[in-house]
Design a protein around this ligand. Structure first.
Ligand SMILES: [Zn+2]
Length: 257
């Protein structure tokens, strides 16, 4: 053991702060961190990491949502009218790592404007805050882009980078032969990579998850989805209606009517 001469100790924790020790045959003075300084350094690193993580989340959010409305779709803005549903979706976030590894996602279905997109947005925002990479998109968006792309396969492969992909409003897209082919290729690729999806749809669970398909091509797509999605019915008070009603009430008040 080298002999170390202590020059200065910390008045608070009593540990050395400056020492003289042998370095390659010469006596040299060294600065060492006392317990207080170690603690301070660790705290600083934690703060920097937190800031770094917040910046990353901010960036990931800007990538995830091309529609800025999504930024307000958070559990904080949840009106709590469907407590069991909100609770279930929070649990989905809490256990996301497990669902991600198994490629298991959610099929949120219900009547138009029942809050499906809002709730899906809550999940995405929550997961983005937790450091995951998400993307909110729709099949019309994918179809519009992939037809511009010569290398369709390369285009589709870009989606593999995300931890979670939201396909909003499934079932409203074109069902031409080539559209269905692209859609099937898209889901097939995601399925192959065990990607976790959230699909929102006005189509009922019995339409998508049934074994009896009228259309063979649609049936192939539906059966891919039913393999990896857990269906949840969203039957809440319309968020859009509530927004409209709130606007109506606040305008009524402003106008003094
Ligand atoms: Zn100290």
């Amino acid at each position: 053991m080298e002999k170390v001469k202590i020059l200065e100790t910390c008045a608070v924790c009593g540990k050395p702060r400056r020492v003289i020790a042998n370095f390659l045959g010469n006596e040299r003075e060294f600065k060492v961190l006392c317990d207080c300084e170690e603690k301070e350094k660790a705290e600083q690193e934690r703060t920097e990491e937190l800031i770094q993580r917040r910046h990353q989340a901010q960036y990931n959010r800007s990538v995830a949502f091309s529609d800025s409305r999504f930024k307000d779709y958070t559990f904080l803005h949840d009106d709590g009218l469907q407590p069991r549903l909100s609770q279930a979706l929070r649990r989905f976030c809490d256990n996301f790592e497990r669902y991600k590894n198994r490629g298991k996602g959610l099929f949120l279905w219900g009547s138009p404007a029942s809050g499906k997109t809002f709730l899906a947005g809550c999940v995405l925002n929550e997961l983005i805050d937790r450091g995951y990479k998400c993307l909110a998109t729709s099949l019309p968006t994918i179809l519009a882009q992939s037809f511009d792309t010569k290398e369709k396969e390369n285009f589709l492969r870009r989606f593999v980078d995300y931890d979670l992909i939201l396909i909003d409003d499934f079932g409203t897209e074109r069902t031409t032969e080539s559209a269905l082919e692209t859609i099937f290729a898209f889901f097939d690729m995601l399925n192959m990579h065990k990607k976790t999806l959230i699909v929102t749809s006005n189509l009922s669970v019995s339409t998508v998850f049934t074994e009896q398909y009228k259309d063979v091509r649609l049936g192939r797509i539906y059966s891919r989805l039913s393999e990896c999605l857990f269906p949840i019915e969203v039957n809440g008070v319309s968020h859009r209606y509530k927004e409209a009603k709130d606007t109506y009430l606040s305008m009524k008040e402003e106008l003094g009517l």
